[in-house]
Design a protein around this ligand. Sequence first.
Ligand SMILES: Cc1ncc(COP(=O)(O)O)c(C=O)c1O
Length: 634
Amino acid sequence: MSDEIFQSYGIHRWSQGMFAQLDNGDLGLVNPARPDAPPASLPDLLHNLDARGIHTPVLVRVGAFLRRQLEALNASFAKAIAANDYQGTYRGVFPIKVNQQAEVIDRIVEYGRPFQFGLEAGSKPELILALSRDLPKGALLICNGIKDPEFIRLGILARKAGINCVLVIESPGEADTVIAEARRLGEMPALGVRIKLTRRVTGNWADSSGDRSTFGLTTKEVVDLVDKLRDAEMLDCLVLQHAHLGSQVPQVIDIRQAVDEACRFYTELRRLGVPLQYLDLGGGLGIDYTGEARASENSINYTMDEYCANIVETVKYQMDEAEVPHPTLVTESGRAIVAYSSMLLSDILEASYFDRSAPITPEEDDHHMLSDMAAIVSYLTPRRVQECLNDAEYYREELRALFRRGVIGIEEVARAEQIFLYVIGRIKDLVAQTPDVPAEVREELSAHRDIYRANFSLFQSLPDVWAIDQLVPIAPLQRLNETPGRRAVLSDITCDSDGKIDHFVLGDGIGNALPVHELQPGTRYFIGIFLVGAYQETLGDLHNLFGDTNIVTVDFNEDGVLELQSEVEGDTVAEVMAYVEYEPKQCLDAFKRIVERGVREGALNPAQRRMLMQTYRDALSGYTYYEHEEQEHA
Ligand SMILES: Cc1ncc(COP(=O)(O)O)c(C=O)c1O
């Protein structure tokens, strides 16, 4: 079977082998433990969930993919450590902010147990949830962020309970609070210092690195901190040096240079007598969202193995030069661990086909420009394509202007629109059969794309796509053995012009339209939006009051069968109303009074009143997304 269509979505490039096509054209999940077994069909999964009353849009988390990534990171470090005869070990931590959901954190703790994998908390609430997770002995709990005395007390006292909490000092003032709290409690903390590297990395998050980073101590402040801790007889507490390399760093050379600089700080601090043992390099390990394997904002020019090898080699070289014992390496990789394991699956509710228009003849009294536009097809030849396109657009603009000035009426504009779409359709057909059409014509025509309306909210489920133009791979979940004949942009169901996706990861780069199949009446057309496990789940907002989607966690069982392991129901309308300070019961009562007035005034009969109130009640307790009629009665 040819996998040309599968490849046209670039799935073979970005999926790292975790997705594959089934013989029937479905997209499926590959079991990492049995890569040769038939993949588990995603449309089948959605039909099964539907039958259980769990409807689209649904965020699907795949436990096996999370485990795969966590194990891969530890294996890559172990390989680099062995290859370089590095004397230290690797102790990763997962930064909770990247995905705080309990199900995800619990799995990370469970899968990470053999590697003594820990957590990173960037705030007091994150620390509080991390403290409740029973981390394995030896695992680190790194505390970043601005800390109040209560946060610091928790971090100091938790050590007494066997939790390896390290308080990373982020500002000069924080050191004073730490010293005061330690004295008050009569207990010694484990401390880290966050240094500000001067090297800037490239990419979308460049500002979180280098001098412009708002976090960390300047070199002078680091030296002052050492003196302060020495004076307080607490220098022995300073065991960790933290430097956040950045996030989604596109180039491996940036990583090497930043690690190099971090090592200079480390060896110098050791020279000053600081008993550092841990070198924490923060985040930065990127994801190849586009699969292009190049240094760009949505791609990376290195593999996980290369990332680890670069770190280990650089640290070893620098430490050996300075005759400093090899530190325990710590990274706070977030997206590399969780991005692959979550995907948003939804369905297309309807399509507006751009060029779906039958030829029509203008009416006798119509403005002559309608006939002029209709006549374009009579001189449409491969050599005159550009001219025909210009003419069609010119007539359309002129006719719209005539409408605005009150010269022609709405029916005439409607006919003009239909003629325009017909002409463009004919031009597109000709261009499809003509190889040497100028690129500009193709580009111009590609602006005339279908609109496929999908059941999700960009603002709730893909905030980075809206806010920072993050690219995430998108593909249909079925009919991958059938050439997709249409090109579409995806629009969500918020009534906001920003709620659309018009840049897509494709097999040959980035395109402004997604190849899609024509919808078949009565058959649902599912799409998947992939690699959304990092940062998207909690950053989303309630734009248009679309709430959290349904979430399921699935995993392969011992027999290799995909099974549903847990389910979190998405928000109901009543829940999102409460978030924005409406009391659903009060709304119901208020609406009841309005409806009753209608009955009194004779506008509604009692049966209509009953049906209206019942519909309101049902909607309050229902899903915030588009519900298909048959689902509502399921
Ligand atoms: C201190 C810190 N650690 C770790 C991370 C995670 O980074 P990434 O998701 O790129 O691995 C971040 C994110 O920016 C961060 O600020």
